[in-house]
Every structure is written in structure tokens, then in C-alpha cells.
Design a protein around this ligand. Structure first.
Ligand code: UD1
Length: 340
């Protein structure tokens, strides 16, 4: 058993990862400032696992608060760092908040890891660092273009900070580049809690199907894809969470041998169009969606999906849950919110 700090552990991917860590017998400490999450998520984690992880409300972009927090938890063996702002549109309006929060918190945590280089560090990165790739599926060594948004840039710069810091201070890091995380825990006790009008496709679909929003706007029908709508690689959040355990085990076991920072794509390897997502939702739930075509959304690349061979070869990880399963779980979660 090891003690693992999960930053942002009350958020969407963090809470699912905390569940798997607890189920695997680890001791979990959550740091989360509730800026995009709720304390009740602890109850959801406890309902699934029978264990209530320790939680502290810490602003990790505050250097003094982070140093004091970690000073009280010198015994952490691993840090899985999810805590970050993640709304692409908002990042365009508030770039300085995004750079300060996402990069400040990373630097503050690394100042601790520098003093304890045996501490495994897992970083939440994103496929948004690739922009519109020249070749599909996208491999980890694809040439990246400047990210479209400040959010994407915080992930790209975050990886660069990790490379320099891990080389200089001799610690090991794994950065996991998520494609489009969707779905919820099959128990429907934790899931995504978007505040306000969801900007991402699947939360909008479930809220629209539940009657909380109007018809879905499908952004663009003239992309050069099989049905004219954009293609993305939608991956179940539990599959994403599982990869974090494998990545952590790799670092703790000392198996990381390809440089200070290893990066892995986390996707299914297959892309789905927006219309295919809507069909999967209806076939998984029996619920018909109302939708209309609308103009393209600025900045949306036509097609993004992952080459996941490296994660399979090195981590022994592969996505296992289908798009239909993601849709069924996302819908069950939406319904549980209505009942709560
Ligand atoms: C965005 C971010 C990505 C982040 C992901 C999950 C970029 C370019 N993308 O991905 O980094 O990891 O969110 O948070 O930075 N769509 C509609 N109608 C809607 C909403 C979406 O048709 O109401 C379409 C979009 O045009 C897109 C697809 O659905 O083709 C998925 O959109 P979305 O869920 O917002 O994710 P991405 O933009 O792919």
C-alpha cells in the first residue's frame, strides 16, 4: 500500500481514479479547492468503495499553502495531478487565470518533488496539445502545432516544465494525454458535474435528453468526414482512471527507462462522428435526441483520434469500455442527478 496524493480528486477524472486507487488498497489523500467540484463527491467515493479518503481544501496555486500542506504530508509516495482549470472557451477569456492556476500549481508541486525525487508524478495532459494533426491516428511523437487555446497551451507548457524539471532534479514523470473523456462510474454515484451550460458534447446530450436544455446544436455538417460532422476519440472515464494506476505502478516499480518524462495517449484508437455519438446514445438508452445542425464552432479540428499502441505496449493498457457503455453510464448518472 502506498500513500497517493490525488490533486483535483473531487473532480471528474480525479474522483474515478480515487475510487480505483482505494479499491486497489492504496491510501488516498485528496487536495481539492472545490473550484469546479463539490464536497459531496466524497460521499459518492465512499458509497462505492466503503472508504472515505482524506480531503483538504487547498489552493495549489498558492505556493505557501502548498508548501505547508505538503510539509504535513511528507510521506506521500506518488502524486497524481489533476487539479486544473479545463474549459477551453473560458481560457480564451481569462488566459492569465489559466496560466497562473494551471502552471502555478504544477510548479508548486514540483518544488516538493524536487526534494523527494523518488515520489512518482503523473500529469494530466490533453490531446489539445496536438491541434489539427497532419497524420491520423495521432502518435505521441507527432509534430505538435501551437495549441488553439490558452488551456491547451497550459498543458503543452506543463509538459515542457516537467521535462526540464525532471532532468535537472532527477525525478520521473508520466504525462497522460487524454482524448475525449466521457461516461461515468457504472454505479452512477460519481460522474461529471459541469457548472452552467455544458460546452462539451456528452454532458450537453444528457442534459438535453433530460429536458434541462433545448435541442443539441451539431456544430458543422460540411467537414471532410464520413457524415460531415467532426470525429473525436471518446473514451470512458473508468478506462482513463485505470491507466493512472498502471502509470503509477510503472514509476513506483522503477520501470520507466525512456527518459525523465514519458508520454502516453489515452484514447480508444477509433474516432466517432457527432452523429455516431447521438446514435450510440439512443441505442444505449432508448432515448431519442432532438438536434439541429448549426454553424461550425471556431477552432474545432475536423478529425482527432489516438494511436494507443504505446500505452498498450508499455503500460499494458487498452480501452475496454464501448461508446454505448459510456453513453449508458453518462445517462444513468444524469438521471441520478435528477433524483438527488
Ligand atoms: C475539448 C478540448 C479538449 C478537452 C475536451 C474534453 C480542444 C480543441 N478540445 O475537446 O482539449 O480534452 O474538450 O474536455 O481544446 N459538439 C457539438 N455540439 C455541442 C458540443 C460539441 O456538435 O453542443 C461537437 C464539437 O464540435 C466536437 C465534438 O462535439 O466535434 C466534441 O466536442 P467537445 O465535447 O467540446 O470536445 P472537444 O472540443 O473535442
Amino acid at each position: 500500500m502506498s500513500k497517493i496524493l490525488v490533486t483535483g480528486g473531487l473532480g471528474y477524472i480525479g474522483s474515478h481514479t480515487a475510487v480505483l486507487l482505494l479499491e486497489s488498497g492504496h491510501d488516498v489523500l485528496i487536495a481539492d479547492d472545490l473550484s469546479n467540484s463539490r464536497a459531496e463527491v466524497l460521499g459518492g467515493i465512499e458509497a462505492i468503495t466503503g472508504k472515505r479518503p482524506a480531503w483538504e481544501n487547498v489552493d495549489l496555486s498558492d505556493a505557501a499553502a502548498t508548501a505547508s500542506f505538503l510539509g504535513r504530508h511528507q510521506d506521500v509516495d506518488s502524486i497524481i495531478h489533476f487539479a486544473a482549470y479545463k474549459a477551453v472557451g473560458e481560457s480564451v477569456d481569462r488566459p492569465l487565470d489559466y496560466y497562473q492556476n494551471n502552471l502555478g500549481s504544477l510548479i508548486n508541486l514540483l518544488n516538493f518533488v524536487k526534494t523527494k525525487p523518488e515520489c512518482a508524478f503523473i500529469f494530466s495532459s490533453s490531446c489539445s496539445i496536438y491541434g489539427q494533426a497532419d497524420e491520423l491516428p495521432i502518435r505521441e511523437d507527432a509534430k505538435t502545432k501551437p495549441p488553439e487555446s490558452p488551456y491547451g497551451n497550459t498543458k503543452k507548457i506543463g509538459e515542457e516544465i516537467l521535462r526540464h524539471a525532471a532532468s535537472a532534479h532527477d525525478f520521473k514523470v508520466i504525462a497522460l494525454r487524454y482524448f475525449n473523456p466521457v461516461g461515468a462510474h457504472p454505479s452512477a454515484k460519481i460522474g461529471e458535474l459541469p457548472l452552467g451550460v455544458p460546452q462539451n458534447l456528452v454532458p450537453f446530450v444528457t442534459q438535453s435528453a433530460a429536458g434541462l436544455r433545448g435541442p443539441l446544436k451539431v456544430f458543422g455538417n460540411d467537414y471532410p468526414t464520413r457524415d460531415g460532422t467532426c470525429i473525436r476519440d471518446y473514451i470512458h472515464v473508468v478506462d482513463i482512471a485505470r491507466a493512472h494506476l498502471l502509470a503509477m505502478e510503472r514509476l513506483v516499480d522503477g520501470d520507466g527507462d525512456s527518459g525523465p518524462v514519458e508520454v502516453f495517449n489515452l484514447g480508444t484508437g477509433a474516432g466517432s462522428t457527432v452523429l455516431e455519438v447521438l446514435n450510440a446514445f439512443t441505442s444505449a438508452t432508448g432515448v431519442e435526441m432532438k438536434w439541429d445542425f448549426a454553424d461550425r464552432r471556431p477552432g474545432d479540428p475536423a478529425e482527432v483520434y489516438a494511436d494507443t499502441q504505446k500505452a498498450t505496449d508499455v503500460l499494458g493498457w487498452k480501452a475496454e469500455l464501448s461508446l454505448e457503455q459510456s453513453m449508458a453510464d453518462a445517462w444513468r448518472w444524469q438521471q441520478s442527478l435528477r433524483d438527488s
